[in-house]
Design a protein. Structure first.
Length: 441
């Protein structure tokens, strides 16, 4: 059993971005779980660790009493779980290609926790290392974040390779609708991907991404030379005090060109019958998934069809919760709920099976999840959406949407373009011209 970590609050404030830049220069494996640029509340976590396997044995049925003030994460693991690993475990057929990236986790050795509501910063490390780690973080407090320069805002002419053309994707939507008409699925979360070849500076790209589209579950994780950069708006799973929550997103509109137009788009999303049906189907699926690891009668829909607004999009969000059954572990929760229903469709196994046939290639880390699993039975994992995966020779952006019988192909194609645009711009690229067509958008 690893030595437990100790926590200490710093007397000075530290800019998260400054600490990340200083730490990144010295460590190949590191993480930044980012509550967003200028976040008014929530926590961000920056640190390093040693490579580890998925901590499936962590118990989540821990109804702890109110803890002392301090960060919700004081030791544990940070990393990601890829889509194919989850689909395979659920019994769905997946690609066996050697280039499909698997999950990756770090056992935390050094951690800085930022309380955005108060500005307090906590350092966390083993007792013997705490003074040195505190001194490192304190030195950063006297530095300023370097200006991004022109490269932070420049969108260049880097080429983009799309897995599907808009016409091909529209045809897949119609095939999905036929499967729904035949009763094989109620909903299919159909996805595609865009690849930007060449080397990329992940740190610069992430600074662009978080500046343009800050999100409450953003993040930068680099493990073994592969980097995940995310501006995810979707919390997949949260566990604390023995209560497990999920917040599926289904339903998207772009932001408007002015206040009136923006409000009209949000209202349209809230009232759209297709979007509400798409959302409630995933709510029912997640109620079923959580019921497999939660106490009978404890499942609740805490919020239904709430419109949340982000810099690039409006989203329709619901919240489902339940009380963990005795003995529930992180591994059991993943067996019950991963991959997330919002990224598969329903029924889940049938949807995943058909999606492999339709999509024509693996998803990889996209449509998986990332975040932390704490020693004390806490867990906070976001969906890998609005994200970039950088792996040596190229960078990949996935995007998709839920298809129902009432889906209109042109609208679904436009939604993919809306979701992919900001990550591609952060890479210095533009959405391919065919996907950006005014006819489609």
């Amino acid at each position: 059993m690893p030595e437990p970590l100790s926590a200490r609050v710093l007397p000075d404030r530290v800019a998260p971005e400054a600490l990340f830049l200083a730490l990144e220069r010295e460590h190949s494996d590191l993480f930044w779980l980012d509550a967003g640029a200028d976040a008014p509340e929530g926590w961000s976590f920056i640190g390093t660790g040693t490579r580890s396997s998925f901590p499936g044995e962590v118990r989540l049925d821990v109804a702890t009493a109110a803890s002392e003030a301090g960060p919700p994460l004081r030791g544990g693991w940070v990393g990601w779980h890829d889509y194919e690993s989850g689909a395979r475990a659920a019994g769905a057929p997946v690609s066996d290609a050697a280039d499909v990236p698997g999950g990756a986790w770090l056992r935390i050795s050094r951690l800085a926790a930022f309380d955005h509501a108060t500005g307090a910063v906590w350092t966390v490390a083993v007792e013997a290392d705490l003074d040195d780690w505190e001194a490192f973080v304190s030195r950063v407090a006297t530095t300023t974040v370097p200006e991004g320069g022109p490269e932070m805002h420049e969108v260049g002419t880097r080429s983009v390779e799309a897995r599907h053309t808009p016409t091909e994707y529209a045809a897949l939507i119609e095939r999905s609708r036929e499967l729904i008409r035949a009763g094989i699925a109620y909903q299919l979360c159909l996805t595609t991907r865009f690849t930007v070849p060449g080397a990329h500076d992940g740190v610069t790209v992430y600074r662009r991404l978080r500046s343009a589209t800050p999100a409450h579950h953003g993040g930068f994780i680099r493990i073994g030379g592969r980097s995940l950069l995310s501006a995810s708006p979707e919390q997949f799973l949260h566990a604390d005090g023995g209560v497990i929550r999920t917040r599926p997103i289904k339903g998207t509109r772009p932001r408007g060109t002015g206040a009136a137009h923006d409000a009209a788009l949000a209202s349209e999303l809230a009232a759209d019958a297709k979007e509400r049906a798409e959302n409630v189907m995933i709510v029912d699926l997640m109620r079923n998934d959580l019921s497999r690891v939660c106490e009978p009668g404890s499942i609740r829909v805490d919020a239904l069809w709430a419109v949340e607004t982000y810099p690039a999009v409006h989203q329709l969000v619901s919240t489902v919760s339940g009380t963990a059954s005795p003995g529930t572990t992180a591994g059991a929760l993943f067996d019950a709920a991963f991959p997330a229903g919002s990224m598969t469709g329903a029924p889940k196994l049938s949807a995943m099976t058909r999606l492999r046939e339709l999509e024509g290639g693996p998803r990889g880390i996209y449509a998986g999840c990332f975040g932390y699993i704490g020693d004390e039975g806490s867990l906070d994992l976001a969906m890998v959406i609005r994200s970039i995966v950088i792996d040596g020779a190229d960078a990949v952006v996935g995007a998709g949407g839920g298809i129902t019988w009432r889906s209109v192909a042109a609208s679904e194609v436009a939604e993919v373009a809306t979701k992919a645009r900001a990550p591609l711009m952060a890479l210095g690229a533009e959405i391919p011209a065919a996907w950006a067509s005014d006819i489609l958008n």
